[in-house]
Design a protein around this ligand. Structure first.
Ligand code: PA5
Length: 433
């Protein structure tokens, strides 16, 4: 593996003796995951998926995404939860939060919008307003094919495309990603003759970003998905040793579990790059839906620094002592921005003249971590060499595996989400389904 992602728990207050004592539990979780003896083992297809990914499928994803890139001004990703968060995270991680602005200026690929992740009429109407008159392709993603939010948005978009382009042309512009056999969406796709990609039956939504669920939209944004997969493959090899000292991913799972035992019940994923904000949303869903059950689990939250140091930074430093931070640090941003020199030092920033912003950010991170240590906030750090497709793939795999191991350490099934059904049941009954 070239360099690779590194985990550091030096500022967590957890010493290596406690980590070593946890080894038997880690080994047990490792066996449960790898030998399929743990709860929810029917949904662990993601473990080896990148290693055995079908090359024909990759070619088909690349072919379809190329067609979309050539013909669409706008690509709408319709999906909720695990069906859209990973793709959105990748697009912002690998391009920037300004991806759409860049796309509209360079015309090298379509603008990408997200529908089906809420039922807000304001949100939906606004998107419909500004995509009017543009060449539109859509990808509706739903494993179950029955989720209300994406189904409603899909109904709107299907009607709009058929009225705009006629049924035949609309059919070419609708791409469906769903289960191989089950669900209304599958039935509808067969009846209408839509192009479909498969969500493997043994991979749950929040573990599916490295399948067609994430790969197609990521490819539409112009990213080389083979690089993403290579990063995940290398990650899967690096993180398959049960030996804690050789496995950064297991160390992360173990340290956060020990912190939880010390009543640190909130984990804040910290970034210093706004490009990682959507990645944090993906991470929160992954850990929140996987661990938060049976009245157990670490509450996953996120902050972007230095921005949030001026909002909830006060609480983190000084509020209730039940949280710890995990910083995602980008080692090389590939930028060269420096503090410019001026003739007169009227703003008092002369002492920073010529300094790279990357360096200022680094010192903010160091200073913040030191402050947190003295404030009683344990710090974990994950260093990512650069914001590349390869490291995106490796980082995703790092967290998927850490989440599976963490769930088993906690004694919950990390692959189901029974709590999500509760709101659906009430909503459907209020809607008189
Ligand atoms: O992780 C999960 O399983 C969920 O977040 C699902 O991805 C989400 O509920 C959407 O489900 P579906 O893809 O079936 O529409």
């Amino acid at each position: 593996m070239s360099g690779g992602i590194r985990f550091d728990y030096g500022l967590s207050g957890i010493d290596s003796t406690r980590l070593t004592a946890l080894l038997p539990e880690i080994e047990k979780a490792h066996i449960q995951l790898h030998e399929g003896t743990g709860q929810g083992s029917e949904y662990t297809g993601w473990l080896d998926f990148p290693l055995h990914i079908n090359t024909h499928e990759i070619e088909e994803i690349n072919r379809v995404s190329q067609e979309v890139r050539e013909n669409a001004d706008v690509f709408i990703l319709i999906g909720i939860g695990g069906s859209y968060l990973g793709a959105r995270a990748a697009i912002e991680f690998l391009h920037s939060p300004f991806y759409n602005k860049m796309a509209s200026v360079t015309k090298k690929g379509p603008e990408i919008y997200y529908l089906g992740n809420n039922v807000s009429s304001i949100y939906i109407e606004k998107i419909l307003e500004f995509i009017k008159g543009k060449s539109i392709y859509i990808n509706v993603i739903s494993k179950s094919g029955t989720t209300l939010e994406p189904a409603l948005s899909f109904r709107i978009m299907k009607k709009m495309l058929e009225e705009t382009y006629g049924k035949e042309e609309a059919r070419k512009r609708i791409i469906v990603t769903t289960d191989k056999e089950k669900g209304v969406l599958k039935k509808l796709s067969l009846a209408e003759g839509y192009r479909t990609f498969e969500v493997p039956g043994n991979i749950g939504g929040r573990y599916s970003v490295l399948t067609a669920v994430g790969l197609l939209p990521i490819a539409v944004s112009g990213v080389d998905i083979k690089e993403v997969i290579q990063g995940a493959v290398d990650g899967s090899q690096a993180y398959q040793r049960a030996d804690l000292s050789l496995n950064d991913c297991y160390q992360y799972a173990a340290v956060r579990n020990l912190l939880y035992r010390d009543d640190k019940t909130i984990e804040l994923l910290v970034n210093y790059e706004p490009s990682l904000n959507s990645f944090a949303e993906w991470w929160k869903q992954l850990f929140g839906e996987s661990e938060g059950k049976d009245h157990k689990g670490i509450f996953p939250a996120s902050v972007s620094f230095t921005t949030d140091l001026h909002s909830i930074g006060q609480y983190i430093q000084d509020g209730q002592r039940n949280l710890f931070t995990t910083t995602l640090w980008i080692e090389n941003t590939g930028t060269s921005l420096q503090v410019p020199g001026v003739t007169e030092d009227m703003d008092g920033l002369g002492y920073l003249e010529g300094m790279a912003f990357e360096e200022i950010n680094k010192r903010s991170c160091q200073g913040t971590m030191q402050a947190h240590v003295s404030g009683g906030v344990p710090n974990l750090k994950i260093t990512i060499p650069a914001l590349t497709p390869y490291y995106y793939g490796q980082l995703v795999y790092f967290f998927l595996k850490a989440c599976g191991i963490s769930g088993y350490l906690l004694g919950v099934n990390p692959f189901d989400q029974p709590g999500v059904e509760e709101y659906k049941k009430n909503m459907y009954s209020l809607l008189k389904k």
